[in-house]
Design a binder for this molecule. Structure first.
Ligand code: FDA
Length: 394
């Protein structure tokens, strides 16, 4: 039997979190091996942010993450901040810009971020091994990882294979499975930052509006997001819906304010007084996209000029516009989800180092952990911060 290849640290997963852990440990003098089954490192980084990678969010705060323990992410986020990844981006000469809501994107291709991570891994002499299929992990005095291309051994193992989102890009539950194997708990997982689907009747009128976008406040439980909503052939999408989806539980309601920050009923009554001769659709078209106005008028307003419509009718429509309650039947699933909610239970990890409490030498970082960020660069910031925290401790 050939002897295993030995190093100080094995990282499973060459994504954002795994590469950050690897480069941090490597630059501290640790001999690091990274194993990934994909032929290319950082594939999700390459497709992120529409190909321009929304690599962080200036306004990162622990409140922008969902987790069984809302305090867990604080320590790592405090020790590797958006300014730290930005400094690295600038050191590598990557041009960037701020879009909206603190979101920082590359001006050019997301590939620059992967190149940055690979260059920093090279600076730490990280041994990056792609196209390695992992067939098993055991632990005696060291961790041993069996692959289809040899066996690797190290006293420390970092689980960084991400979540279940986009299986066709190679996402698997490997980190969750290994965590369970070593007695760590894994909280229930679900697709998050994902479009929502509806029953046939609701889906049918949404399909008629496919392509229409409108700024709303989407509310799910206590979470509220004021961003764009997009009607699609399958239901609802757009940033406001993706954000709300992370908080949505099966059977739960979604509430939409189609005129956020405004008193819809008062607006409609004022519009009636100002232009009493116009039809309902025309009045609504002054407030909302035309196709949506048309649909709302057809279903909720009588024919004829608005001047003839009783205030009670306008008030009722105003209430609907301010609080339109819908019950999604599901999501578009992991195939369309940007991230996975849930994962390795934070109760079993140190928030300072990401090391498993009962299993010395075992670490978990990134999306594999039960920390899920909002849309807008937060998930990469968590990947960088958790990877960095582990890399400092390895
Ligand atoms: P990640 O998934 O990046 O990496 C895991 C690695 O493990 C991969 O290289 C994979 O090949 C490997 N792996 C998986 N299973 C394995 C196995 N069984 N054996 C060996 N290797 C295995 N976030 C953000 O902040 N800004 C953004 O702009 C976007 N945009 C975006 C767009 C799209 C389309 C998606 C799907 C996601 C985003 N995200 C995002 C989310 C972000 O991509 C995600 O949160 C991070 O990539 C998570 O980083 P990790 O390193 O934890 O996992």
């Amino acid at each position: 039997m050939t002897r295993p290849m030995e190093s100080d640290v094995i990282v499973l997963g060459a994504g954002a979190a795994g590469l950050m852990a690897a480069l941090t440990a490597g630059q501290r003098g640790r001999r690091v091996t990274v194993l990934d089954h994909a032929a290319e490192a950082g594939r999700k980084i390459l497709i992120s942010g529409g190909g321009r990678c929304n690599f962080t969010n200036r306004d990162t705060d622990a409140g922008c993450f969902l987790s069984g323990n809302p305090h867990f992410a604080k320590s790592a986020l405090a020790r590797f901040r958006p300014a730290d990844i930005l400094a690295l981006v600038e050191r590598h000469g990557i041009a960037w810009h701020e879009k909206t809501l603190g979101q920082l994107f590359c001006d050019g291709s997301a590939r620059a971020v992967v190149d940055l991570l690979r260059a920093e891994c090279d600076a730490g002499a990280v041994d990056l091994r792609l196209s390695h299929r992992i067939t098993g992990v055991t632990k005696a005095d060291r961790f041993t990882v069996a692959t289809d291309r040899g066996t690797f051994s190290a006293p420390a193992l970092v689980l960084a294979t991400g979540g279940l989102s986009i299986p066709k890009m190679g996402a698997t539950g490997l980190s969750h499975d290994i965590a369970r194997q070593f007695g760590l708990r894994v909280t229930p997982t679900a697709p998050a930052l994902v479009p929502l689907t509806f029953d046939a009747a609701t889906g049918a009128w949404m399909r008629d509006l496919a392509g229409v976008s409108v700024e709303v406040e989407a509310r799910c439980g206590r979470a509220r997001f004021r961003e764009a909503l997009l009607f699609t052939h399958r239901g609802l999408s757009g940033p406001a819906i993706l954000q709300a989806s992370s908080y949505w539980q099966a059977g739960g309601e979604l509430s939409l304010d189609l005129l956020p920050g405004r008193d819809a009923a008062a607006l409609l009554r004022a519009a009636k007084r100002q232009r009493p001769r116009v039809a309902g659709q025309t009045m609504l078209g002054g407030l909302l996209p035309q196709r949506l106005a048309q649909m709302l008028a057809a279903h909720h307003l009588p024919d004829g000029p608005v001047g003839e419509m009783p205030d009670v009718v306008l008030n009722r429509l105003g209430q609907l516009l301010s609080r339109w309650v819908l019950t999604p039947t599901g999501t578009e699933g992991y195939a369309k989800a940007e991230v996975t909610r849930g994962g390795i239970d934070t109760r079993d990890l140190s928030s300072a180092t990401m090391e498993a409490r009962g299993v010395p030498g075992l670490y978990a970082v990134g999306e594999a952990v039960d920390v899920t960020g909002w849309l807008g660069g937060y998930n990469f910031q968590w990947a960088w911060a958790s990877g960095h925290a582990a890399g400092r401790a390895l």
